[in-house]
Design a protein around this ligand. Structure first.
Ligand SMILES: Cc1cc2nc3c(=O)[nH]c(=O)nc-3n(C[C@H](O)[C@H](O)[C@H](O)COP(=O)(O)O)c2cc1C
Length: 183
């Protein structure tokens, strides 16, 4: 089967703002100056090489933007992890038309503790599938709408083996969410 890849356009491209990739350096001072970097939490379910490729790209982009990056497998990620973060990237396969049970498990535990406490924080999403990721995206959007997080990047949708464009989109997702975390 020929793998198809659909990749959305980065936020920076949509807004005309400078891409995080072009940033001149980390946005925050080092710990030696007493300034703590903002923390990006990447909550992911990564059961295959394709998803691992996307995760690595997201992490690379976020780190290059100067954020402290915490990656947590969705099955082990807690409400405390979410409360302690300043922004979120969520990653999941599409399974049976839905988000992974692992990511749903994260939301089951974190939703009410985070409700009201995390309003307005930036977030982004990548979803990998073989043919149709719309159902998974709709489910995640519904939950995050309740949390009132701020979407700062188009969802990254990847079908089949991630190619260079897909990896770039995932990198941009991580960099953009990391760069949009407010003081
Ligand atoms: C039980 C099961 C259900 C799946 N359902 C969907 C689906 O509804 N839509 C889709 O695009 N892919 C679906 N897939 C494919 C997975 O999204 C895919 O296996 C996963 O993203 C990992 O990618 P890889 O198998 O190419 O490494 C399903 C896979 C499994 C095992």
């Amino acid at each position: 089967m020929v793998a198809a890849v659909a990749v959305s356009i980065g936020h920076a491209a949509l807004t005309g703002s400078a891409s995080p990739r072009a940033a001149t350096g980390p946005p925050r001072a080092s710990a030696t100056l007493g300034v703590v970097a903002k923390r990006l939490l990447v909550v992911h379910h990564t059961p295959s090489p394709a998803l691992h490729t996307l995760l690595e790209a997201v992490l690379d982009g976020a780190r290059e933007a100067g954020a402290e990056v915490v990656a947590r497998a969705a099955l082990t990620c807690t409400a405390v992890d979410a409360l302690e973060a300043d922004g979120y990237v969520l990653g999941t396969p599409a399974n049976l038309g839905m988000m992974s049970g692992a990511l749903k498990h994260f939301f089951d535990g974190a939703y009410y503790p985070c409700l009201d406490a995390t309003v307005g924080r930036p977030w982004g999403l990548y979803v990998h599938g073989n043919d149709d990721v719309a159902g998974a995206i709709g489910q995640v959007e519904k939950i995050v709408t309740g949390l009132r997080w701020q979407q700062v990047h188009d969802h990254v949708r990847v079908l089949g083996t991630p190619d260079a464009a897909a990896r770039d989109a995932a990198w941009d997702l991580g960099a953009t969410v990391a760069a949009r975390m407010e003081d």
